[in-house]
Design a protein around this ligand. Structure first.
Ligand code: 5GP
Length: 197
């Protein structure tokens, strides 16, 4: 690399089932480690507590599929009957400019990222146990009983897929938010150190 060329940033991917506390961990980690948090595009309806453009960019299916056809997503997946995708821009622009980037996505998307960016740091966040996950899903107060059951089954499927794929560099148990954030921050530091992970 020429002396004045900037090393590309590190692509960090956090994955984990609904209710595992991924969003809180992502926000805290992005702040602590100065990571650029990428806002995903989704066809899912906006929740009352979500600010447009802060957690997601909400679009209809026509817009989503037009962007997909134009190759505007780095990865995408259908999760619980809705589509979610990571926009290539600004993700690739940040990486090229040397900024570290954080994606918070599902396991299907993560496998696409692993294939395209073998050097990404991919971490799967696990609940302490199934009962805790079910309680957290119920406590969010966001879903009907049917939806909770669907998310719980989806969560178990994601955990099997994550374990089976061996695509993840590490699995971190979210038994305590502060501890989990500190553990992931350490993994990021190791990855960025010369000769790391
Ligand atoms: P929720 O609707 O609960 O916000 O998200 C449902 C699932 O979609 C979560 O596992 C979340 O991480 C995942 N997700 C959010 N954004 C993306 C994305 O851009 N790509 C993929 N593949 N999954 C995403």
């Amino acid at each position: 690399m020429a002396n004045n060329a900037k090393a590309p940033g590190t692509l960090i991917v956090l994955v984990g089932p609904s209710g595992v506390g991924k969003s809180t961990i992502s926000r805290r980690l992005a702040e602590k480690m100065h990571l650029m948090y990428i806002i995903s595009t989704t066809t899912r309806a906006r929740l009352p507590k979500e600010d447009e453009g802060k957690t997601y960019e909400h679009v209809d299916q026509d817009v989503f599929f037009r962007r997909l056809e134009h190759g505007e997503f780095l990865e995408y997946a259908k999760v619980f009957d809705e589509y979610y995708g990571t926009p290539k821009h600004p993700t690739l622009d940040y990486l090229a400019s040397g900024q570290d980037v954080l994606l918070e996505i599902d396991v299907q998307g993560a496998l696409q990222v692993r294939f395209q960016y073998p050097n990404a740091l991919m971490i799967f966040i696990m609940p302490p146990d199934e009962a805790t996950l079910l309680t957290r899903l119920r406590d969010r107060g966001r879903d009907t009983d049917d939806a909770i059951e669907k998310r719980f089954r989806g969560a178990k499927r994601e955990i099997w897929m994550a374990k089976g794929s061996r695509a993840f560099d590490d699995m971190v148990i979210n038994d305590d938010i502060d501890r989990a954030v500190a553990e992931i921050a350490n993994l990021v530091r190791q990855k960025k150190s010369p000769g790391g992970i």
